[in-house]
Write a protein that binds this ligand. Sequence first.
Ligand code: ADP
Length: 397
Amino acid sequence: MKILVINAGSSSLKYQLIDMDTKAVLAKGLCERITLEGSKLNHTPAGGEKVVIESPMPSHAEAIKLVIDALVDKNHGVIESMSEIGAVGHRVVHGGESFSESVVITDEVKKAIEGCIELAPLHNPANLIGIEACEKVMPGVPQVGVFDTAFHQTMPEEAYLYGIPYEYYEKYKIRRYGFHGTSHNYVSGKAAELLGKDIKDVNIITCHLGNGSSVAAVKGGKVIDTTMGLTPLAGILMGTRSGDIDPAIVTFLMEKENLGINEINAVLNKKSGVLGVSGVSSDFRDLSQAAEEGNKRADAALKMFSYGIKKYIGSYAAAMGGVDAIVFTAGVGENDCATRADIVDGLEFLGVKIDADKNSLRGQAIDVSAEGATVRTLVIPTDEEMMIAIETERLTK
Ligand code: ADP
């Protein structure tokens, strides 16, 4: 079965065509500037050169049509006809409390996704547009929604409620939801495989560290806590997002700097994090270089990042009553061995110990623990598209 995985944004659309029999990615690409001037499609068939197709995309439906044309093209295509696509899997950011699992898309499901727009005003409308565009261009092909929040729906009340009047939870559904669920789900499953254990028997702390970062406590395959909250702004320090701060800072800054709601949101989402602290960059490669050259703020930002994650690892080990493995994934987690070493430095009391040589390897699922470690430290490349494809196949086969 071949599955088309779609991640639709407001003016962009990423896709991958995956053959589930071989687990091979047949082609992948990105539509840029949908509904805008100068839109183009970047399409890369497996083993081939990237092709750039410049063409107007007045809507997401047009973009999907171009994707299908590219997939069946004589020169750079990878399938004979659209009928080879057995199902489409969509990334949907927010499923609120309505979805604790992936689902086959129906009119009712679309209404429920619409009902979560208030919780993810930038993402859910675009995800819905992507679904409707596929319905239009590929009628009759089953579609599945895979939610960033779903894997976290197993959290108990004490982890997801906030210490504010309960009526706000009832009225506005203000609670911790958590994000990157598809990634935490994928890497915790892979971790259990790598440990040679049943996921039901292991406690895993998954650290998804990219531009946006989150940590999750996965006990027996179920999330019991995670760092992101009502929105992806909460938790650990990120590239440009503040993560957890004293909530009183918000009103303090609004008053002192005369900021409106949009402005304070921009400060916390786009100008904070390691970028805001360092004044250098949100990219960890730039930060390490600046710190090496003696930039104190870059050094402080890197230390804050690692320290914050270390604290969550300690608290999640306590919350789960012990931990069997710590998993690092995403751009920083997979590639930045110095940051990984900093995070676990001092966790020897838990039984965590890494091997410097193994920790310097990249690009593969690997156990980087040193001899004698009783808690394994694993690096596992995440693959959210593959997870979406696996879920889509499971629900439609
Ligand atoms: P996103 O959250 O956008 O999916 P990624 O998971 O792709 O982000 O992570 C992107 C981040 O990964 C970059 O900002 C960069 O800081 C970091 N990164 C990528 N490669 C390296 C590397 N070799 N060393 C350190 N950091 C890296």
